[in-house]
Design a protein around this ligand. Structure first.
Ligand SMILES: CCCCC/C=C/C(=O)SCCNC(=O)CCNC(=O)[C@H](O)C(C)(C)COP(=O)(O)OP(=O)(O)OC[C@H]1O[C@@H](n2cnc3c(N)ncnc32)[C@H](O)[C@@H]1OP(=O)(O)O
Length: 359
């Protein structure tokens, strides 16, 4: 929908009422869009290099090139709306309260202070990831990649971070249906892991408690991992007749060296948070009683860094090996598809379902 001249003028007035300074970067963007919307493409002579302020303004306006006036007007209105709502939320919402976004069945997704938090929300099942939760995480990451946040956080509700893939996912499936179900699940897993590979902003795991299976492997694709000292890290793939996923067959040897990676991924050694930190899988460990306070203060400080710089720097690092990661993901999914149909795996799932086996 195109915005009218009246909406544009309203937006110009609303900018003057903003309670929070939006920062120089946003102010330059507003200036440039306003000039483009009212005068068209940049028509000023370029200021000298030492005229810093006017040069920055000129650069911002000139960068809009031949953007039509109508598009600039719409972008200005959109930008002011996003600023007004965040300025309102900080003045009207109780401190510490989150602004809730789209509703999900297995997630709670909130955005505040430049941080989008995706919280796994099946605490009674230790946040095990079922098919629907995989789909919801894919959607939530897609939405977070496009929202105004600077950082995205993945965490768990309750005493667990996540107990990994939901082992009951295949219960109630007949022998005739199993192959197709496994294939569909593996197609979904590939998309799920790709959405971590492709995530364009810093993605931070706040590991509030034990993590199992895919919840651990995917940490190798996160940009920082903050863990409570109560957290543990366990990838019992061999016990379950499975094989590594989440690109861990590539990221773990790279992070901790092949011998330590094999101890985890092949022999299923469970690590404490301190051990995982010593191996480089975890960025920093915090005492559980101050974990949330310390981590969120840290994240809030990081979210105030220049958003574009942070995003671009993350992408420069990730882009170096994106193709490799896609290939690893595809290969792991193809191996896992066979494993899921193996007797070793089916027996392990039956054991879990009949409550004979636990980790
Ligand atoms: C797309 C295909 C991908 C395949 C790749 C696989 C990747 C993986 O993630 S492999 C790892 C899979 N996860 C596990 O093996 C963990 C299994 N769970 C357990 O061993 C235990 O539940 C526990 C150690 C995580 C926690 O034990 P405890 O504290 O004693 O709590 P409960 O066992 O009573 O659990 C409470 C409740 O939660 C259910 N639950 C826990 N984890 C899972 C799970 N992974 N899948 C399904 N359900 C899980 C558990 O069954 C209990 O439910 P209720 O009995 O209904 O209360």
């Amino acid at each position: 929908m195109r915005s009218s001249q009246e909406e544009f003028e309203n937006a110009v007035n609303r900018v003057k009422l903003l309670k929070k300074d939006p920062g120089n970067e946003v102010k330059l963007k507003l200036y440039a869009l306003y000039k483009q919307a009212t005068e068209g493409p940049c028509n000023m002579p370029k200021p000298g290099v030492f005229d810093f302020i006017n040069k920055a303004k000129w650069d911002a306006w000139n960068a809009l090139g031949s953007m039509p006036k109508e598009t600039a007007r719409q972008s200005y209105v959109d930008l002011v709306s996003s600023l007004s709502s965040s300025s309102m939320s900080s003045s009207q919402v109780k401190p510490g309260a989150d602004r809730k976004q789209q509703e999900y069945e297995n997630l709670v997704v909130t955005s505040e202070d430049g941080i989008t938090k995706i919280m796994l929300n099946r605490p009674t099942k230790k946040n095990a990831i079922n098919t629907q939760m995989y789909q919801e995480i894919i959607l939530a990451l897609k939405a977070a990649s496009k929202d105004n946040s600077v950082l995205t956080v993945l965490t768990g509700n309750g005493d667990y971070y996540c107990s990994g893939n939901d082992l009951t996912d295949f219960s109630g499936i007949t022998a005739g249906e199993i192959e197709e179900k496994v294939k569909n699940n593996l197609d979904m897993l590939r998309v799920f892991v790709n959405s971590f590979i492709d995530f364009p902003k810093p993605l931070i795991a706040v590991v509030n408690g034990p993590a199992v299976g895919i919840a651990v492997t995917i940490l190798g694709l996160c940009d920082a991992v903050y863990a409570s000292d109560r957290a543990t890290f366990h990838t019992p793939f061999s016990h379950l007749g499975l094989s590594p996923e989440g690109c861990s067959s590539y990221t773990f040897p790279k992070i901790m060296g092949p011998a330590k990676a094999i101890e985890m991924l092949v022999f299923g050694k469970k690590l404490t948070a301190e051990e995982a930190c010593a191996r480089g899988l975890v960025t920093e460990v915090f005492p559980d009683n101050t974990f949330q306070k310390q981590v969120w203060a840290r994240l809030k400080a990081y979210s105030e860094f220049p958003a574009n710089s942070i995003r671009i720097s993350k992408q420069v690092i990730r882009n170096m090996e994106k193709e490799k990661l896609y290939a690893v993901n595809a290969e792991e999914c193809s191996v896992l598809q066979e494993r899921l149909l193996s007797n070793e795996c089916i027996n392990a799932a039956v054991n879990f379902l009949s409550r004979k086996a636990k980790l």
